[in-house]
Write a protein that binds this ligand. Structure first.
Ligand code: DX5
Ligand code: ZN
Length: 225
């Protein structure tokens, strides 16, 4: 049973723990779910595919131990996703999204099958310049397509509205049981644009964790619309 394949409602709001207080990660993760977050978005960076380093399987293992029922959406911004699929799923990942820019379409399809065989759902992420039409042949093999609305690497960047036509194009290419996630620069101003274009999973880091804990439930509600 996958939250992305059988969502109780749409859109889903995915608090991205990249902007959480890392010294208080357990409390931050738990409070984002208590405030109405549907899942946790976990940004994994390797210092090669993106110019930043973040977290690895041990963080996922800790989150899974603390939050046995949480849906953990792992966004792999790494050059070698095939090497890390099993370690992250063994650690407790519910879902893995890897980037189109590091694979061929044939490799994407094989890795999607491998991730599903290991028991997780699977997504394909497209950076701002990456075209939907170049990946149309493999889209049916994914539970989710993630459109980056910033260049990945850091939270707190400005939303790139030029990716919105790609979202609408992708919505027309996907089945009803496939999710379309937007990631980067989501705010109370930009989230409605994403929903209108067809996104049904909204990842947000600074908009949620940049606000005081007491305001997060309101913000998550407004992001959901
Ligand atoms: C960036 C990450 C995003 C990031 C979003 O590379 O993939 O998930 O956490 O941060 P905000 O919402 O602050 O733009
Ligand atoms: Zn992300």
């Amino acid at each position: 049973m996958s939250l992305f394949r059988d969502p109780p409602h749409l859109p889903l709001v995915a608090p991205s723990i990249l902007s959480a207080d890392f010294m208080r990660m357990g409390d931050e993760a738990r409070s984002a779910l208590a405030a109405g977050g549907d899942l946790l978005h976990v940004d994994v960076m390797d210092g090669h595919f993106v110019p930043n380093l973040t977290m690895g399987p041990d963080m996922v293992k800790g989150l899974r131990r603390l939050l046995p029922d949480a849906f953990l959406d792992i966004h792999l911004m790494i050059e070698k996703p095939d090497q890390f699929a099993k370690p992250f799923i063994d650690a407790g990942a519910s879902h893995l999204t890897f980037h189109a820019e590091v694979v061929t379409p044939e490799q994407a399809r094989a890795l999607a099958d491998h991730i599903r065989d290991l028991g997780a759902s699977v997504g394909l992420a497209l950076n701002p310049p990456t075209l939907a039409k170049d990946w149309s042949g493999v889209l049916p093999h994914f539970d989710l397509i993630l459109v980056m609305s910033i260049f990945p690497g850091f939270s707190g960047q400005k939303f790139m509205p030029e990716v919105l036509p790609k979202v609408s194009e992708l919505r027309g290419m996907l089945r009803h049981d496939q999710r379309l996630e937007m990631d980067g620069g989501l705010t109370l101003e930009t989230a409605p644009w994403c929903r209108a274009a067809g996104c049904d999973v909204l990842a947000a880091a600074s908009a949620i964790f940049g606000a005081p804990t007491t305001k997060r439930a309101d913000i998550i509600g407004l992001l959901r619309g």
